[in-house]
Design a protein around this ligand. Structure first.
Ligand code: GLU
Length: 615
């Protein structure tokens, strides 16, 4: 139930994005990562949303994870080493967003081969999953979202640990044990609780109260931990250390996995829940065989050429790459740089809606390569662009297109707008030397996942399978995202790496935010590439999300800044949403220069750092 309906039923979850960049493995001095004016909680490294410099960069939502990633880079580790160490730390300090109980997508640019690779570590449905698994047999209708979420039914086979292991094996220079060690130390030593962490527990208090292991970890004395309290997780420290010693078999075929499967099949509901829960807590069908058979996939990245850049994204089961790519292809028919900001935003919103119509109709795990290729074809984009009236918003929802390979083509390409990326080479900023790049989005789906900490193991389980469409809507075209055994639920995660016309890294970015991830990434690209903003400006700018809906969302500053002007172009009123996304990004500038950017305000602000700050 990953589409818009769910968004009104829940608080936005906090997928974590860790963007990590290393340049070369030359020894570099170890200056402070943060610049002047950096702030931080007591007992925590300072955090700053923007850092300029050289030698490698890390941007995450969390200062401890960023500091650990930077430390790996300083000690000669590469981007993958640092990304995995940072991700493992986020599993400790951002446990409601990410961890080894979940999944994610990693996009990697290999500087040596100049290739972009992807890792699909998305959770998969167990063999026992059926198309009607989310239908209540008692009523014949879909389970309420919260009932499906806080259950064993929603737990997909986690791919995160395998992602870390395999990324290190293929591209890293250190073993998984080295990446897990600093995170285990943070888990044991503890870290200070901040207002976001406390609020996330408060928002989940009733669900967390249903399970002893979750309650004892996150509801000490029955209450969320106080801001400034030290949060420890010794079980997770032990889990990481056991995996470090024994390998990932301890999880996928060993005792940790056995405990995980037991929790799914017999949810460890407290005998005396300290808060009421309105639903029975259902068991899931995940087995040790499902866990043992989990396999990563390595799909070719999606690619869209946009104004001379090569935009690489994540293919299915994520819809991120194809939706961002199609929207960019549509936008490329128009010269946004010549428009007013309102007009450019109008184009952005309309292109988002068109791409979303196609994503909802055609994209899921198992969409054919032919359809994916058609959706990313410029001739298809030209046909879709016919529906984008530069002067008037189309009534929503707009219908999907027909990616059948036969295109009438209105919307002639702008001169020089696209074509062979090599032709654009000279038009673009080029650096003479770049490093490896990792863009990685990982999640346990909802903030707090399915609310079950695996007893004795210290990590939360995902509820990723609620990203499936629960039931085929009657009378509608077949939904590509219905549950099936072994299938992966459609995602919106959009880890994106942009290369310039010479094939060298220009920008890497991604964000959490459920279905709004696609629009956040798209809007940041438009801000940066078309609207002349710097990367920190493109990140900070107020966001809107039009996902082919008559009730689009926007942040309050967007509504006050552009709402009236966009209404005059026919856009429906925006539903004000406090925050959309929590992005991280790195831009490559000039000769080895780097700009690392995190959110200045959203989610309490993120932490960006570089190995060698510019003076
Ligand atoms: N489960 C969501 C997806 O894969 C991500 C969770 C979120 O960021 O809200 O699209």
């Amino acid at each position: 139930m990953e589409a818009q309906m769910r968004l009104v039923q829940r608080a936005p979850s906090r997928t974590v994005v860790a963007a990590v960049v290393a340049v070369t493995l030359v020894a570099v001095p170890a200056p402070a990562s943060a610049g002047p004016g950096a702030v931080g909680r007591p007992g925590e490294p300072p955090k700053t949303p923007t850092a300029h410099g050289y030698g490698g960069a890390v941007s995450t939502v969390d200062p401890t994870a960023t500091a650990i990633g930077l430390d790996v880079l300083r000690r000669g580790g590469n981007a993958v080493d640092a990304a995995v160490a940072a991700a493992a730390t986020l599993g400790v300090t951002e446990p409601f967003s990410a961890g080894i109980g979940g999944g994610g997508f990693l996009v990697y640019y290999d500087a040596r081969t100049r290739q972009v690779h992807t890792v699909d570590g998305r959770e998969s449905a167990p063999a026992a999953m059926r198309e009607d698994s989310f239908v209540d047999p008692a009523t014949g209708t879909a389970y309420p979202f919260q009932q499906a979420r806080v259950s064993g039914l929603s737990v997909g086979v986690p791919g995160t640990l395998k992602t870390w292991h395999e990324a290190l094996r293929r591209w890293g220079s250190r073993p998984l044990s080295a990446a897990l060690a600093p995170a285990a130390e943070v888990a044991e030593r503890g870290f200070p609780v901040d207002a976001t962490f406390r609020q996330q527990v408060a928002d989940n208090a009733a669900a967390f109260a249903q399970f002893d292991a979750t309650r004892s970890l996150y509801l000490p004395d029955g209450q969320p931990p106080a801001v400034g309290a030290v949060q420890r997780n010794r079980d997770l420290a032990d889990t990481y250390r056991q995996i470090a010693r024994q390998g990932i078999g301890a999880f996928y075929t060993g005792p940790i996995g056995a405990d995980l499967v037991a929790a799914v099949r017999r949810p460890p509901v407290a005998a005396d829940p300290t808060a009421p829960w309105q639903f029975p807590i259902l068991a899931g069908g995940l087995t040790r065989t499902d866990l043992a058979h989990y396999a990563l996939r390595f799909p070719a990245p999606t690619r869209s050429d946009y104004r001379g850049y090569q935009v690489y994204g994540m293919s299915t089961p994520s819809s991120g790459g194809v939706a961002v790519g199609e929207a960019l292809n549509i936008l490329e028919r128009f010269d946004l740089s010549r428009l007013t900001v309102t007009e450019a935003l109008h184009h952005y919103l309309e292109a988002s809606a068109l791409a979303y119509a196609d994503r909802n109709r055609y994209v899921g795990d198992g969409t054919s390569r032919r359809i994916l290729a058609e959706l990313l074809d410029d001739r298809y984009a030209a046909e879709r662009a016919c529906r984008l009236d530069p002067a008037r918003a189309a009534p929503k929802p707009v219908p999907p297109g027909d990616p059948d390979g036969r295109y009438g083509g209105c919307g002639t390409a702008l001169a020089g707008a696209e074509g062979n990326p090599g032709q654009s080479t000279t038009n673009l900023t080029v650096a003479d030397r770049w490093g490896n790049v990792v863009e990685y989005t990982l999640t346990i789906e909802q903030t707090g996942g399915n609310a079950m900490v695996v007893p004795g193991r210290g990590f939360l389980l995902n509820n990723e399978l609620t990203d499936f469409t629960f039931v085929q809507p009657p009378g509608a075209a077949p939904d590509p995202n219905l549950p099936a055994p072994g299938k992966r639920p459609r995602s919106s995660m959009s880890p994106t790496i942009v290369l310039d016309g010479d094939g060298r890294p220009f920008l890497a970015l991604g964000s959490p935010g459920g279905a709004t991830i696609i629009t956040t990434v798209l809007q940041m690209l438009v801000n940066r590439i078309d609207l002349g903003m710097s990367l920190p400006e493109a990140m900070a700018a107020p966001r809107a999300s039009q996902r082919n809906s008559a009730v689009p969302q926007a942040e309050p500053a967007f509504v006050s800044g552009y709402g009236t002007a966009l209404a005059a172009l026919g856009h429906p009123p925006f539903v004000a949403t406090a925050e959309l996304g929590a992005a991280t990004a790195v831009e490559f500038t000039g000769r080895h220069g780097l700009v690392a950017a995190a959110e200045p305000v959203r989610r309490g602000g993120g932490a960006a750092g570089v190995v060698l700050p510019a003076r």
